[in-house]
Design a protein around this ligand. Structure first.
Ligand code: AVJ
Length: 305
């Protein structure tokens, strides 16, 4: 499905919702990198600190001669905390949907690690994809940082874990998850004072204007982010501030005042809860690294044999 097809489908259904993967055009990817620098957005700095402090222990779990597969590679900053300690890595295989961004990040990484074999794969890792073959004696290990798995519903998370369990058979998975915490902390992180998250959310509509010629009044939509406690997730919406029409192609989509386009879920987990999900896919729980505040965790999961 293309952005155009998915956006039409999103606008035609009720409630209206679209995949957060459409946030990440060039401008959106840059806005996300700005989010990662925000004082309120704790996941990135917390996870980087964990990788920095415990990278050697994590690399010990990964083991020698590993083919390290990163799912949804962004700027490739985090993997450095592992590469600095990995013993004779066989290859690094970042998989990302945004080809240009991926290749630029790989070029940067190669400068810092000239001896490393980097084999980028441009693909949507939630769909069937090919990876470079794994020679005998090479362990394949997954790296899924950033709590990106939080974008999936629990059912989608399980199908990702099932796919990963097959792909990483005999190896393991190092995964970052955002932990359940005071909603006030979450609200600040997803509605930052500088308005960067709002711009990131609204960029979805701006992207539709740029790429698809959508017509609408940008001042008619507001960023809304809140913690849905029973569902254990942050929800982001674009909320129409008044009755208005958004035109896309030859369709006119009417919004009532207060109506929303649901753009993202970001699920929060407990360590135990996540380990139980992973066990359903055949992973067994290993070491867990978490910060002193208990806000974020990196989990080692051993893949089935
Ligand atoms: C990239 C999905 C991990 O859920 O925190 C950040 C995306 N959205 N601020 C997250 C995001 C708004 C982020 N993930």
């Amino acid at each position: 499905m293309s952005f155009s097809e998915d956006l039409h489908a999103a606008l035609a259904q009720r409630p209206r919702r679209i995949s957060p993967k459409y946030f990440y055009d060039d401008i959106g990817s840059r806005l996300f990198e700005q989010i990662c620098e925000l004082p309120e957005y704790y996941p990135t700095c917390t996870e980087l600190a964990l990788l920095h402090t415990h990278g050697a222990e994590m690399a010990a779990c990964i083991g020698p001669r590993a083919q390290l597969v990163e799912y949804g590679a962004g700027a490739l900053r985090k993997v450095r905390g592992l590469l600095d300690h990995m013993q004779a890595p066989h290859a690094f295989v970042p998989v990302d949907i945004s080809g240009e961004h991926l290749l630029a990040a790989c070029a940067d990484l190669q400068l810092a690690y000239p001896a490393l074999a980097i084999t980028p794969v441009v693909a949507d890792f939630t769909q069937p994809h090919d990876l470079p073959r794994r020679p005998v004696g090479v362990r394949r290990v997954g790296f899924f940082p950033g709590s990106s798995i939080g974008n999936f519903s629990p059912a989608e998370a399980l199908s990702f874990l099932n796919m990963a369990a097959q792909e990483l058979r005999g190896g393991g998975l190092l995964i970052g998850i955002d932990l359940i915490k005071d909603p006030a902390v979450l609200h600040a992180a997803y509605s930052d004072a500088a308005g960067v998250t709002a711009a990131f959310n609204l960029n979805l509509l701006e992207r539709a204007r740029r790429e698809l010629g959508a017509e609408f009044d940008a001042t008619g939509f507001a960023h809304s982010a809140f913690y849905n406690a029973p569902q254990q997730r942050i929800e982001m919406h674009l909320m129409s501030l008044r009755q208005q029409v958004l035109s896309l192609g030859d369709q006119r989509y009417e919004f009532a005042a207060g109506e929303t386009l649901h753009t993202e879920n970001s699920h929060k987990y407990s360590v135990n809860g996540f380990q139980e999900q992973a066990a359903l896919a055949g992973f067994s729980a290993g070491p867990v690294w978490t910060d002193a505040r208990g806000w974020f965790a990196l989990l080692w999961l051993t893949a089935p044999a």
